[in-house]
Design a protein around this ligand. Structure first.
Ligand SMILES: *[C@@H]1O[C@H](CO)[C@@H](O)[C@H](O)[C@H]1NC(C)=O
Ligand SMILES: *[C@@H]1O[C@H](CO)[C@@H](O)[C@H](O)[C@H]1NC(C)=O
Ligand SMILES: *[C@@H]1O[C@H](CO)[C@@H](O)[C@H](O)[C@H]1NC(C)=O
Ligand SMILES: *[C@@H]1O[C@H](CO)[C@@H](O)[C@H](O)[C@H]1NC(C)=O
Ligand SMILES: *[C@@H]1O[C@H](CO)[C@@H](O)[C@H](O)[C@H]1NC(C)=O
Ligand SMILES: *[C@@H]1O[C@H](CO)[C@@H](O)[C@H](O)[C@H]1NC(C)=O
Ligand SMILES: *[C@@H]1O[C@H](CO)[C@@H](O)[C@H](O)[C@H]1NC(C)=O
Ligand SMILES: *[C@@H]1O[C@H](CO)[C@@H](O)[C@H](O)[C@H]1NC(C)=O
Ligand SMILES: *[C@@H]1O[C@H](CO)[C@@H](O)[C@H](O)[C@H]1NC(C)=O
Ligand SMILES: *[C@@H]1O[C@H](CO)[C@@H](O)[C@H](O)[C@H]1NC(C)=O
Length: 821
């Protein structure tokens, strides 16, 4: 009996020993090797190293590294060229200091090729996914490694890895695709940093260019997205030793990678914990990305039918057979006579840098003059996109131009076009225009007078007029939507039946009510499939209901971004107008502003809001100005990700329209820019103002509209005074004092003060705001005194301060309609 007990105890002991060995170890020494079935696990369980069989192949084994959460996705392979065919291979460290993979007869299958003699070699799998070889493990990790797997990338770029060049040794770091999903041996595609002229990353198919990202814009490569910059920090580092591209995750535990697939596409993958699967956040090349897809002197436009188009001033050579890639040639014989001009193309990936000249000391005017002098010069642009300076000129044919998508950086290039046709034609046009003007001008004048009279007489009924105008606006949108989807009007958004909504909200029961907004109550609902939703029911009495409702519906249906609240659908039945949104369990930001959030969370929320606004202003297909950005319109999902809500009063803008004027001012006091509150002028800069206020509120936990100091200062005035006294950090909520980073806080306050400057033109755009917030190297300008530094202005106006702190709801839906002046 006792023997049996002893045996059990002994077996448990052995068992634990084995478990401990196979779980805990992240190192290999000459005395400790691993073989098939065993693994190394990095110290915080992020990465594993072991033997695997790729894809469907069962017999050949490789030594690789993968994320513990996703063992199928291999991020690094040691023996790409020499599969292990014999199951008894071991990985060990040879006594002379090489990491070696040995077969049963101790023949070398793969080795790390260290030639230096080492005393106590140790290989360690680090939490970054880097397998390093060191001479005795030391605490000081910044010391150089004898060897590291990060120096020999496979097809995957992990955070912290580099693509580029060691300028001292001439060693290049680049990705090489697998041959196929079943075969890790080097395939035909490589992704490398081209430092020929301006650094850019290109994918090569063998030695042929397949895709290029365009040069570095300061935040991203011009044909790669920057909108995901809040997930990771990309950098292009250049010093005398090395030049490389690399990225770091902002939230350190996030699992992400950049992978070059066997088919030549590069994908940015981020692990989605909820689905336990990889999300593809970016994939390249798209149709237009393929290098030289349209041939010389043409531009590829993704959302146009045949994609390819000759540049202005060029015609396709084989006119009878319009096939691409073709060669576009100058359509005018009068090429390079006096009168040549340049047209500016915005938001494009510039031509490949085949035959170029760079001069960092010229400005754009000099650049143009220089280019004009030389007939072979076909285009020019800034050479330093980060700074917006210097001169880059292209000579000869222009290859690989494409229009970048809305949410990519893009750049501006000036392309040479011949002088407009011969003189005769010009004269004809001038005559036509003159005649038209002579007829039209008086007509316009009469029409204008008549309109003005009409307007004045209808001043009292303005609201009615505006509704019809808005419906007009709406109809234009509808037709855009219809054209895009090719379907009927209604199909752009799922429609819910009233019965299903009544059931979901338990007949709009009081218990399910989340709050009351300016134009109706909001309920929590549960759909048949168990999904929780927020149901916004427009009150029938609300005069603005219909217009607001339709506007919001149309807008939100088109906008999709992780920092915008998603609209699931709507319901129009029996006079009811109802919107169904995703449900945000964590209510709105104003509920949290008072003491619950830590520093990092606040920063993350502000970054999310900035990204959402950036999307609305610059990257959504239709420019949208929110006009009522405030803490209660920032909702938080279960992971505390911020989402901007309530586009009911957002205005729709056509492409270039930057500013507009309205008689009806809708918004919330404290967040409104002076030009909007006083004159009804709104632009993206009025949202920037609101964002600045939001930043100050979020950092200080004080409400702008409610903040009264003894000398009647607003929060803006208070922040400005502290800033001028060099005591900006006193603005910070005292609960943050232990974990905030002071340089970062200073940066945030500086940017916020820039955002709330009196003069709209002085305020930065959201793109600049994000660049200033996330990039420590950007030198920030000094802010001027903010608008509304004193409460006096508030006393003059009869603006209600909506959405009290106490009345914090899921969505305050504050809406205060009022007249200007
Ligand atoms: C082990 O490797 C050596 C050298 O690569 C080779 O000569 C030998 O045949 C291999 N042994 C087996 C059993 O594969
Ligand atoms: C090590 O060196 C040998 C010969 O110099 C070479 O064939 C092999 O590819 C090298 N292995 C690695 C992993 O670099
Ligand atoms: C190190 O050891 C490996 C095998 O153990 C051998 O192939 C290699 O030549 C040795 N290198 C040196 C510098 O001794
Ligand atoms: C770590 O190593 C670096 C480079 O060798 C050295 O400059 C630094 O002083 C070391 N730090 C410590 C704490 O030993
Ligand atoms: C790589 O390119 C060669 C031609 O250069 C081709 O024969 C081969 O099939 C290609 N390999 C793959 C995996 O596409
Ligand atoms: C890569 O090049 C090979 C020929 O070298 C060609 O057959 C293949 O289609 C190319 N792949 C792509 C994706 O363009
Ligand atoms: C135009 O293309 C068609 C097939 O696409 C071909 O049959 C025809 O010969 C071409 N014509 C010329 C002039 O190249
Ligand atoms: C125009 O530029 C090209 C390319 O730099 C150069 O070879 C040529 O000499 C220049 N011609 C004149 C007239 O400057
Ligand atoms: C642009 O100019 C800045 C400042 O002079 C410099 O730091 C940066 O390296 C330049 N970028 C490029 C791509 O030359
Ligand atoms: C980027 O823009 C394209 C087309 O404009 C769109 O399909 C895509 O969803 C956008 N991506 C994001 C993250 O906004």
């Amino acid at each position: 009996m006792e023997n049996l007990l002893c045996f059990y105890i002994f077996s448990f002991w052995i068992f634990f020993l084995i478990v401990k060995l196979s779980l805990a170890a992240d190192t290999i020494t000459p005395a400790r090797s691993i073989r098939d079935g065993e693994k190394l696990v990095s110290s915080s369980q992020t990465f594993e190293l072991g033997f695997f069989s790729p894809g469907n192949s069962r017999y050949s084994k490789y030594l690789g590294i993968w994320y513990k959460k996703s063992p199928e996705t291999i991020v690094w392979v040691a023996n790409r060229n020499s599969p292990i065919l014999d199951p008894s291979a071991v990985l060990t460290v040879s006594s002379n200091g090489s990491l070696v993979l040995l077969n049963v007869t101790k023949g070398i299958i793969w080795s790390s090729n260290i030639s230096r003699k080492v005393e106590n070699p140790v290989a360690q799998l680090q939490d970054t996914g880097n397998l390093v070889l060191v001479d005795v493990i030391r605490k000081n990790t910044s010391e150089s490694y004898l060897w590291q797997s990060f120096d020999y990338p496979s097809d995957t770029l992990l955070p912290g890895m580099k693509v580029g060049w060691n300028l001292k040794t001439g060693v290049e770091w680049y990705l090489t695709s697998w041959r196929s999903a079943d075969d890790p041996s080097p395939g035909n595609f490589t992704s490398r940093l081209d430092i020929h002229v301006l650094p850019e990353i290109c994918i090569y198919n063998g030695s042929v260019k397949y895709f290029c990202t365009g040069p570095w814009s300061g935040v991203a490569f011009v044909a790669a997205p920057s909108y995901t910059n809040f997930l990771y920090n990309q950098e292009l580092a250049h010093n005398q030793d090395e030049i490389y591209f690399s990225y770091e995750s902002y939230n350190s535990p996030s699992i992400m990678m950049l992978k070059l697939n066997p088919s030549g596409t590069v994908q940015r993958l981020i692990w989605n914990e909820r689905n336990a699967a990889w999300d593809v956040v970016y994939s390249a090349p798209n149709v237009c990305g393929v290098y030289g897809k349209c041939g010389a002197n043409s531009i590829c436009i993704l959302d146009k039918g045949p994609n390819c188009e000759c540049l202005k001033g060029f015609k396709l050579k084989s006119q009878d057979n319009q096939t691409w890639p073709g060669k576009c040639e100058r359509s005018h014989s009068s090429y390079c006579k006096s009168g040549d001009q340049f047209i500016k193309l915005d938001g494009i990936k510039a031509p490949d840098l085949l035959q170029v000249s760079v001069n960092d000391n010229m400005n754009l005017k000099q650049c143009e003059a220089e280019c004009l002098k030389n007939c072979t010069c076909r285009a020019y642009a800034y050479s330093n996109l980060t700074e917006g300076s210097g001169c880059l000129m292209w000579f000869g044919d222009l290859i690989d131009i494409s229009k970048t998508l809305g949410n990519f950086t893009g750049q501006s290039v000036y392309i040479r076009v011949p002088a407009l046709g011969p003189g005769k034609k010009k004269l004809l046009w001038i005559t036509i225009i003159a005649v038209l003007m002579a007829v039209l001008l008086p007509a316009f004048y009469i029409f204008y007078r008549w309109r003005r009279k009409l307007r004045e007489s209808r001043f009292a009924e303005r609201r009615k007029v505006e509704i019809s105008q808005d419906i007009l606006l709406l109809d234009t949108n509808m037709s855009i939507a219809t054209r895009e989807t090719g379907n009927s009007k209604e199909s752009c958004l799922p429609f819910f039946s009233l019965a299903s909504i009544t059931a979901a909200t338990d007949n709009f029961s009081g218990e399910n009510k989340l709050g009351e907004g300016g134009f109706g109550p909001v309920y929590k609902g549960k759909l048949n499939n168990g999904e929780e939703v927020a149901v916004k029911r427009l009150s029938s009495q609300s005069g603005q209901g219909l217009e607001e409702f339709k506007n919001e519906m149309m807008l939100i249906a088109k906008l999709q971004h992780r920092n915008l609240v998603r609209l699931f659908g709507c319901c129009i039945e029996h006079g009811e107008k109802i919107l169904i949104y995703e449900y945000m369990p964590n209510k709105s930001l104003d509920c949290f502003l008072f003491g619950l959030l830590g520093w990092e969370m606040r920063v993350r929320i502000l970054e999310g809001v900035a990204q959402g606004l950036l999307y609305l202003h610059h990257y959504s297909r239709l420019r949208v100005i929110h006009r009522d950005l405030k803490a209660s319109n920032i909702l938080l999902d279960s992971n505390m990700n911020p989402k901007i809500s309530d586009f009911g009063i957002a205005r729709l803008f056509g492409g270039d329209e930057l500013q507009s004027n309205t008689k009806r001012i809708v918004g919330t006091y404290g967040y409104m820019s002076p030009e909007y509150a006083l004159r009804g002028l709104f632009s993206i800069k009025s949202d920037v103002f609101s964002f600045g206020v939001l930043v100050l509120e979020t950092l200080s936990s004080k409400k702008n509209a409610h903040f009264y100091n003894t000398d009647s200062l607003t929060l803006l005035g208070h922040a400005w005074n502290l800033w001028n006294d060099g005591r900006a950090w006193e603005l910070m909520d005292s609960i943050l004092q232990n974990d905030a980073s002071y340089p970062m806080l200073n940066r945030y306050i500086n940017v916020a003060l820039l955002c709330v400057q009196e003069n709209a033109a002085d305020r930065p755009t959201m793109l600049e705001v994000i660049s200033m917030l996330t990039n420590e190297n950007v030198i920030l300008p000094s802010p001027l005194q903010p608008a509304f530094s004193h409460v006096r202005i508030a006393e003059n106006s009869s603006l209600p301060a909506n959405c009290e702190v106490e009345a914090c709801t899921v969505n305050c839906l504050t809406l205060s309609a009022m007249d200007a002046r």
